[in-house]
Design a binder for this molecule. Sequence first.
Ligand SMILES: *[C@@H]1O[C@H](CO)[C@@H](O)[C@H](O)[C@H]1NC(C)=O
Ligand SMILES: *[C@@H]1O[C@H](CO)[C@@H](O)[C@H](O)[C@H]1NC(C)=O
Length: 316
Amino acid sequence: MSRNPRMEEFKMDGKPLKRRNFSSMLYNDETGAILGRTPESWGKILIFYVIFYAALVALFSICMVTFLQQFINPRVPRLQQEYSVIGTSPGLGFRPQPQDVRSTLIWYKGTSYESYKYWEDQLIDFLSVYKKKGQTAGAGQNIFNCDFKNPPPKGKVCDVDIRGWDPCIEENHFSLHKSSPCIFLKLNKIYGWRPEFYNDTANLPEDMPKDVKSQILNMTSYNRDYANSVWVSCQGETPADKEMIGPVKYFPYPGFPGYFYPYENAEGYLSPLVAIHLENPKSGVVINIECRAWAQNIQYSRKERLGLVHFEIMLN
Ligand SMILES: *[C@@H]1O[C@H](CO)[C@@H](O)[C@H](O)[C@H]1NC(C)=O
Ligand SMILES: *[C@@H]1O[C@H](CO)[C@@H](O)[C@H](O)[C@H]1NC(C)=O
């Protein structure tokens, strides 16, 4: 007699064994097992799966909620302002940019097309979205006829019309060929940022360049609304640079209109631009230029390069 019942079964003739096992598989009246398990065992399995799936659903829900919170509105960043790495104070940027991203020197020979072509192409490329805004996705139907009295409703965007900024236009090679280059400035976008304007023209900041101040006073005497702008000024960095830079003209005026803010990532939004025209900079020397944006909530620090942009030009 074998000790191992299984071994015994194998030795036996297969047929009756199979039949007996099959019926007892459905219901075993000795142990009360249904399909090989006692009701108690089935109950345990049921409880196990209920808990298992409940945990699975809970985990999945947590994932979905976290995911949706982040992406449910792709136009609204989750981290805003203070919490964002970019910070609350927007910086200025300039175009055209040198090929080497570490460099800030705009250098060319005014008499040589080969030499200024790179800078011209950079500007054409940068301004292309401003020229064909009708074709930018969603921009066409979103464009609103903005002015200081009519800021755009939510979801609409303002036009930036760069066509009339002669001589800072493509047809004129942005005046590069005359060794009196145009440089375009823009304020970096910060979602939801609202400028606090220097709109009390009687109390403009002390350190604001005089030529910009007088232009602001002139402009706002015609239309007070212009005061609600983020002012822009450019000047030589040192007294020597101030002398060499020559007269600076601003197009359309030395400021970004306030109605472009806050930026809320509306389809087709274009940052306002200011073009500066250096009418007669001294050639053959490097001139350090500092452009600054003015609003009460734009921090300014030369050391930390806040609220300003620095670049050099050298024309031969
Ligand atoms: C000046 O700007 C602030 C926002 O920075 C605005 O609330 C206020 O109405 C403006 N004042 C005038 C006279 O436009
Ligand atoms: C103000 O600007 C206008 C147009 O640019 C100019 O003709 C006028 O002379 C300026 N007035 C003053 C006081 O600067």
